[in-house]
Design a protein. Structure first.
Length: 194
């Protein structure tokens, strides 16, 4: 009997410590991600400000990024290819128009989310998906799925926006199907990523 009580206490202690570890691991991951996004934004800002001060020509600018990439990679390892530096520059150019002075408070998604969002040309659509990804805690995979299902466009043309929104929250996708009789909505059940 005493051994069962001891095992129960040990199990409870283990569960408590495991819970603390899991919670703090998530906190650390969020903090690291936030710092990384902020860092890439500031690197983009530095590149843009350097270009503007020198009125750098496009070819010279590419040479600067190429040299900068080599130096950063030698000192800091992977992640600073010329393409990545160009993306950081683009990240700053797109999001500097949208954010306030408090940069760190504005970035709540992963850098991978922002890389995907930057490909969306329409600023309203980009902001919509950014807000929905944040509010619904979408993984990158879920964000791509919702984008591929044209959620923004469906909501924009829907007369019953709240119903469409409720369907996507439950993991349902409304697909516009064109038939000989006209356009109708077909509802499909899709797996929702956590």
């Amino acid at each position: 009997m005493a051994k069962k009580v001891a095992n129960h206490r040990e199990d409870a202690l283990y569960s408590q410590i495991a819970s603390i570890l899991e919670q703090n691991r998530k906190s650390v991951a969020v903090a690291v991600n936030t710092a990384m996004v902020h860092t890439y934004y500031e690197i983009g800002r530095s590149i843009v400000e350097n270009e503007q001060k020198g009125s750098i020509r496009a070819e010279y600018g590419k040479e600067v990024l190429k040299n900068l990439s080599a130096r950063l990679t030698a000192n800091y390892g992977k992640g600073f290819s010329q393409r990545n530096l160009e993306q950081m520059r683009q990240f700053f150019l797109i999001y500097s128009k949208e954010i306030s002075q408090t940069v760190s408070a504005e970035f709540t998604l992963s850098y991978s989310h922002y890389l995907f969002l930057m490909r969306i040309d329409n600023p309203d659509e980009r902001k919509f998906y950014e807000i929905e990804a944040k509010n619904s805690n979408w993984s990158l995979r879920e964000l791509k799925r919702q984008f591929d299902s044209a959620l923004y466009e469906r909501l924009a043309v829907s007369k019953d926006k709240e119903s469409v929104r409720e369907l996507f929250k439950k993991g349902w996708i409304v697909l516009n199907c064109v038939t000989q009789q006209g356009t109708v909505d077909r509802v499909d059940r899709r797996e929702v990523d956590g």
